[in-house]
Design a protein around this ligand. Structure first.
Ligand code: KIV
Length: 264
């Protein structure tokens, strides 16, 4: 099977075929995930909570992200690898370029940054340097202290309007992918329809172009599963089958259901 590239993801957007992403952090799982047909592996800074046991993603460092991106890269046969820029590693243009280049050299093919239209110059500069970007909006976990907790974002009309405008601005600046976390389904739908670039959702309903889940959540290896996660291992005999079921359910539109989404 051919390797997945940004053009493949753009092709999925155009043909309206849903695609999948899994957040994972090591070689053994990268191989299984990729073999199961998952198009994108996100080396997420969620590893700070999932692997390291912190109560937020803030303690994760660029060196840790480089290490895990490299682990995934070594074993991944086919998926496109997206790597998170951790907290405060993209506050200035020079920090952004310095840190993004480390992730790319470790095997990342897209870097993910949390924010909105304030990232426009950063996105332009990354793009000029040949570094694709994914902008993470909605519930951006690095801003948990500003939000006062892990809460659904974009419920108020003015906030929803701002998010929709920000989505268009980051696309205009050259972002290649948008990721929406924990936003009401109608807002996710409006944003997805307004953009030409692919939109990946988590807790954003079945209306986005793609879905992402944290591997450990979709295998039930968690003490508190978020509302938007489903344990696919419950109905399957092994991990490869659970991943294949995830891919099949996303592609057919069976997952996520209203139970995994926020109506408003
Ligand atoms: O870090 C991560 O795994 C993420 C996903 C939950 C979207 O950002």
């Amino acid at each position: 099977m051919r390797a997945i590239t940004l053009s493949s993801l753009q092709g999925f957007k155009e043909t309206k075929e849903k695609f999948t992403c899994i957040a994972a952090y090591d070689a053994a799982f990268a191989q299984i995930i990729s073999d199961a047909g998952v198009e994108c592996i996100l080396v997420g800074d969620s590893l700070g909570m999932v692997l390291q046991g912190h109560d937020s993603t803030l303690p994760v460092t660029i060196d840790q992200m480089v290490y895990h991106t490299n682990c995934v890269k070594r074993a991944n046969p086919r998926s496109i690898i997206m790597a998170d820029m951790p907290f405060m590693t993209y506050g200035t243009l020079s920090d952004t370029l310095n840190n993004a280049s480390k992730l790319m050299q470790a095997g990342g093919q897209v870097v993910k940054l949390e924010g909105g239209s304030w990232l426009s110059d950063t996105i332009k500069q990354l793009s000029r340097c040949g570094i694709p970007s994914c902008i993470h909006m909605g519930l951006t976990p690095q801003s948990v202290n500003k939000f006062g907790g892990y809460k659904v974002q974009g419920r108020q009309l003015d906030h929803a309007k701002q998010m929709s405008e920000d989505a268009l601005r980051v696309q205009d600046a050259g972002a290649d992918i948008l990721l929406l976390e924990c936003v009401p389904t109608p807002l996710a739908q409006a944003i997805t329809q307004s953009l030409d670039i692919p939109v990946i959702g988590i807790g954003a309903g079945a209306v986005t172009d793609a879905q992402v889940l944290v591997l450990y959540d979709m295998l039930g290896i968690t003490s508190k599963a978020p509302k938007f996660a489903k344990n696919f291992l419950l109905e399957c005999d092994d991990i490869p089958s659970a991943l294949a079921a995830y891919v099949a359910e996303v592609k057919s539109g069976q997952f996520p259901t209203a139970e995994h989404s926020f109506k408003k």
